[in-house]
Design a protein around this ligand. Structure first.
Ligand SMILES: [Zn+2]
Length: 275
């Protein structure tokens, strides 16, 4: 069993992160597996090295340890290889549509943001400009995908099989961005799916807020012929008023509690985990 904690260094870790990392670690501690760390720092406009250092400090303080972490910004060629693979299947197209234009088409919001109307889907990669986004042509991919995509979900304590009918989810997903517009960074879905396979992750422990993105990950796994791990989407930690903890809430940063003399064991209790 291999689990991972995969934060983005866009701010200090908060209690919700502590809960997620401890859940992933507890899962393998009981089963004798391996806990891995991955730094998802592909958003070059928002990620900062000092936040990465903070992640290492906070997690060490929580009592976690891990082999050499995977730093996504060091592995861009691996993600471009996956895009080449999808392009060879005729599934990649460049897109210069700004977000507001996609929103203006009024197709609504899918799990991956405003649903893309397919404006640029007949362009080919050789017409791509450096500032273009690269998108996955999901309508075209549908013919290559299994009719049903499924995964095992253990988030509510018992393992159950979740199924998606491919042609039902396609209109909601639209055409996921795999390389971001302007910065040319790999997008979250692509890097996440590729790395879960590279790191041989068997159990993905992550917040219920990203559960709606799972169909996109299943699609990419199927197209790239990568294994689908078991998913454990855990409930989100809320504050005293029931509000979800936001990363911007500096007062809830793990580092703030540390500075106040809270112990790692006390933090386990604060996030609702037994000793
Ligand atoms: Zn476009």
């Amino acid at each position: 069993m291999i689990t991972r904690f995969a934060p983005s260094p866009t701010g200090p870790l908060h209690l919700g992160h502590a809960y997620s990392a401890l859940c992933a670690n507890d899962l393998v501690r009981e089963m004798g597996g391996q806990f891995l760390l991955r730094i998802e720092d592909t958003d070059s406009t928002r990620c900062k090295p000092e936040f990465t250092d903070g992640i290492f400090e906070d997690l060490s303080w929580l009592g976690l340890n891990w082999p050499s972490p995977r730093i996504q910004s060091e592995h861009y060629p691996t993600y471009w290889q996956a895009i080449d693979q999808l392009d060879a299947m005729g599934l990649i197209f460049p897109c210069s549509c700004p977000r507001r234009e996609v929103e203006a088409t009024g197709l609504g919001l899918g799990p991956d943001g405003p649903i893309y109307p397919g404006t640029c889907c007949n362009k080919s990669l050789k017409d791509a400009r450096p500032a273009d986004a690269l998108r996955l042509n999901l309508r075209k991919a549908q013919a290559l995908l299994p009719q049903v995509l499924q995964y095992e979900e253990t988030g509510d304590g018992t393992q159950k099989t979740c199924r998606f009918i491919t042609h039902d989810i396609t209109p909601q997903i639209g055409a996921p961005v795999l390389r971001r517009r302007e910065t040319g960074d790999p997008a979250y879905h692509l890097a996440c799916v590729v790395d879960d396979a590279v790191q041989q992750v068997t159990h993905v422990v992550r917040g219920a807020d990203v559960a709606p993105l799972t169909p996109i990950h299943l699609v990419l796994q199927a197209l790239l012929e990568l294994p689908t791990p078991v998913y454990y989407h855990h409930p989100l930690i809320t504050d005293e008023t029931g509000k979800r903890l936001a990363k911007i809430s500096q007062s809830k940063a793990i580092a703030t509690y540390r500075a106040q003399g809270v112990s790692a064991l006390e933090m386990r209790r604060m996030v609702g985990l037994d000793m």
